[in-house]
Write a new protein. Structure first.
Length: 513
């Protein structure tokens, strides 16, 4: 069997298996009664785990069929277990998406990507496409729906295979999803839930230096460095593997695609000029808040409190709202306040799935926590890893978690849903195995793994969309062939990014602020 045939069979296998994995909502719907049944069988079972200070903590699994526990399920299903889960993490996510909605629906993100694409030098085109793709993860739709087809058009205009540019852009947008220069919604989702997962089982939400972690910025330094490292890695992969493979392959240029589709028009140009004063206004407001009511201070117990860092995501959201409004007003997309409201409504219309997912997910996690099953799973996992002697090799623990998550990502789509499945188990488990595995490093390992294999899984929401874009130039392109084009990026990102994370861990470099 040739290497090409083996690759196609592997691609077909991944696609076939991946499509048989149920939707994450269905998984949580099935897990809930399963967990309930386990509590019926194990009700009253006791076990001990180390507490935050090393002392023994005794747990008992509750039999959830008992009347008082059934009442708890119904009393807490809506408020505490869903809307109030993790101190209202769902509310924070929704507020951030409102701000993103103003900027995205004003057309600002699309115009910025078009403008950046117009100035890409030929030799550095793959590097800058990947870099811009990584930055576009702050607004994923703009990256997938504007940058990737723009990349194909740019290459077609130069007489080069458009799939080269589209592959580079796809790698940046999706495989580099968790990297960026500023914190965004992903940081909120990962960070705030990591705090919940840790504290729910008595683990302090602190870094290796013992200082409290800020959920929104605990990975900020790491994602900044990752942005540049991944851009360079993707550039090397493009030049070393993708260009030689695709350069001589034939491609079509459809008649319905013209350069004007992705050129900045006069209206967008006027909007971008208006964004400059808008950015100054937004930055001024943020600075005034940071040195005013949100300025740092020393608490009664001597701790330094920095409210501006605690609210960094809301401040960034303010920046998006202000600049989005300036752009929208200048382009006449926003003619009154009602138009701004409609932009937020449009963004919320895309959040229906998140609401459904979190309802079943958070209620399932609430059941795990209340019944004691979550602590018991952690107890079993920690003891299994201890039995393997991995507590003496925290680096192996970190690497093992990365590759395990990367494999799972091939079959279960959605960053949030996987984090909700793995986080409650591994955040406390790995810490109990070795205290060096603090919540920020476990969460960072998850982000590395989840992003790296996005581009080679059929479970990615945009997989079919990207395939359709590529088929405009290669009508006979199959998903398996697209997967094989993207595979070198996935492997390189996974290896390089894991090495970077291990370097931060070994040398004691803080991941964020």
């Amino acid at each position: 069997m040739t290497k090409r045939q083996s690759g196609r069979r592997f691609a077909a296998f991944v696609e076939r298996v991946g499509r048989r994995i149920p939707d994450p909502v269905i998984i949580f719907m099935a897990f809930y009664p399963l967990a309930f049944l386990v509590t019926v069988l194990m009700g009253g079972h006791r076990f001990e785990t180390p507490g935050a200070g090393g002392e023994a903590t005794v747990y008992e699994i509750r039999a959830m069929y008992e009347a008082e526990h059934v009442r708890w399920i119904f009393d807490n299903a809506l408020l505490d277990n869903w809307l109030g889960f993790g101190g209202g993490v769902l509310g924070v996510i929704l507020v951030v998406m409102l701000a993103i909605g103003v900027a995205e629906n004003s057309g600002l993100f699309g115009a910025l990507i078009k403008r950046a694409g117009a100035y890409i030098p030929v030799k550095l085109m793959p590097l800058l496409l990947i870099f811009i793709g990584i930055l576009s993860s702050i607004a994923t739709d703009a990256g997938y729906l504007v940058l990737i087809p723009l990349a194909g058009l740019l290459y077609a205009g130069l007489g080069r295979n458009p799939l080269i540019g589209m592959a580079a852009a796809f790698a940046g947008v999706s495989a580099g999803f968790s990297a960026n220069l500023i914190p965004g919604p992903v940081d909120v989702i990962i960070g705030m839930n990591a705090k919940v997962f840790a504290e729910a089982q008595g683990i302090a939400f602190v870094g290796a230096d013992g200082n409290p972690l800020n959920p929104a910025t605990m990975h900020w330094l790491f994602i900044i460095v990752s942005t540049f490292i991944l851009s360079a890695t993707g550039f090397w992969v493009t030049r070393r593997y993708i260009e030689p493979k695709l350069a001589d392959q034939p491609f079509d240029t459809p008649d319905d695609i013209t350069p004007g589709d992705f050129e900045i028009d006069d209206t967008e140009r006027r909007g971008l000029r208006a964004v400059i004063p808008g950015a100054f206004v937004a930055i001024a407001l943020i600075v005034l808040l940071a040195v005013g009511p949100l300025a740092g201070f020393e608490s009664a117990d001597g701790r330094v409190v920095r409210p501006y860092l605690d609210n960094i995501i809301l401040l960034i959201s303010l920046f998006f709202v202000v600049t989005g409004i300036f752009f929208g007003v200048a382009t006449r997309k926003f003619r009154n306040v009602a138009d701004v409201v409609q932009a937020m409504v449009s963004q919320m219309n895309t959040m229906g799935y998140i609401l459904v997912l979190t309802f079943f997910c958070y209620n399932f996690l609430g059941l795990l926590s209340y019944s004691g099953l979550g602590s018991y799973i952690t107890y079993l996992g920690a003891n299994a890893l201890l039995a393997l002697g991995l507590d003496r090799f925290p680096v192996l623990l970190l690497i093992g978690f990365v590759f395990t998550t990367a494999l799972i990502n091939l079959f279960i789509g959605g960053l949030t849903s996987k984090w909700m499945l793995l986080g409650p188990i591994f955040v406390p488990m790995l810490y109990l195995v070795n205290p060096a595995m603090t919540p920020d490093f476990v969460a960072a390992a998850f982000r590395v793994a989840d992003s790296s294999t996005n581009i080679i899984t059929p479970m990615l929401v945009y997989a079919g969309v990207i395939l359709a874009f590529m088929r405009k130039y290669r009508p006979d392109l199959s998903f398996g062939e697209m997967l094989l084009i993207m595979l070198p990026y996935s492997i390189a990102f996974l290896l390089v990014w894991t090495t970077l994370l291990v370097s931060f861990f070994v040398f004691g470099i803080p991941l964020g602020l």
